[in-house]
Design a protein around this ligand. Structure first.
Ligand code: A2P
Length: 268
């Protein structure tokens, strides 16, 4: 290929793919997303995560990242926070097209369609970078084969941090391949907590008050019709999980699919 790759002084570790950065987008001071080439042999299920690193040390630092692109995409997309002294993100935030990113070979995770039993409606509840696995799933036709309707909630501190999700949904609706499939079936519900926006409040508050459901015009969580995926901080997961369990939903896994699944969002 003609791609210009900045040479690394370190050998690529065995069993690791060295991939090329295709594009980088800085959304705020704290958030960026990037796309890299995808090895032909790299298979994953939409919603899974993989370990990524940089070729900047003999023993590179790897971190678990949700793959934000769907399984059919020929590139891999990631959405990341920038942690000032983060062992990986302090350097990763500087990547430019043509740079090399390391990718381990195996992906895994519980935020996958296989870990849920079929139902009418799938709620994807995200805070911060927790939207990444849902950016994958919401663009995968398999998700629409399993569920009639998708509700994607995303709660961030301020309006600027909602940009990645806003663009994701706008792009999905305009997509020539799946735009038609998703029409009228995706409900996007962004909220902010530290700045006034279209809607304000933590998703936990909006679930407890019933406002989420009245805004959507649906009944509260019901194991007969609803499935839930949760991705955010440990505190957020604990609090949302308590609410869905109160509604009678049972936690699922790859081995035993059920009503809801949880995973921690990337931290740095
Ligand atoms: P808040 O501003 O009230 O803390 P962060 O950027 O710190 O990861 O937070 C992302 C979003 O998640 C913020 O809007 C934050 O609200 C919200 N959040 C933090 N903790 C919880 C929780 N335990 N339950 C629900 N939402 C939470």
């Amino acid at each position: 290929s003609n791609e210009i790759v900045r040479q690394s002084d370190f050998p690529i570790p065995a069993g690791v793919h060295a991939e090329t950065v295709v594009s980088v987008k800085h959304h705020t001071d704290r958030l960026f997303s990037f796309r890299i080439s995808r090895p032909q042999s790299f298979r994953f299920r939409s919603g899974e995560f993989v370990m990524i690193g940089l070729p900047n040390a003999e023993k590179p630092v790897f971190r678990a990242y949700s793959i934000a692109s769907p399984a059919w995409d020929e590139e891999l997309e990631f959405y990341s926070i920038k942690v000032p002294n983060g062992p990986l993100t302090s350097e990763l935030q500087k990547i430019v097209p043509g740079d090399t990113v390391l990718l381990r070979q195996k992906s895994t995770g519980t935020l996958v369609n296989d870990a849920l039993s079929p139902a009418k409606r799938l709620y994807m509840i995200a805070t911060g970078t927790g939207i990444a696995p849902f950016a994958s799933l919401v663009r995968d036709p398999d998700t629409y084969e399993k569920f009639d309707e998708i509700v994607l909630t995303n709660t961030c501190r301020d309006v600027a941090e909602l940009a990645y999700g806003d663009e994701l949904i706008a792009g999905l609706r305009a997509d020539p391949l799946i735009g038609e499939l998703v029409a009228g079936r995706v409900h996007y519900y962004p909220t902010t907590t530290r700045e006034d926006g279209e809607r304000t409040g933590r998703i936990t508050t909006l679930i407890e008050s019933g406002k989420l459901f009245s805004d959507l015009g649906v009944a509260p969580f019901d194991p007969a019709s609803d499935r839930v995926m949760i991705c955010g901080s440990l505190d957020m997961i604990r609090d949302v999980k308590a609410l869905v369990e109160k509604s009678g939903l049972v936690e699922g896994s790859n081995a035993a699919p059920a009503d809801f699944v949880v995973e921690r969002a990337f931290v740095g």
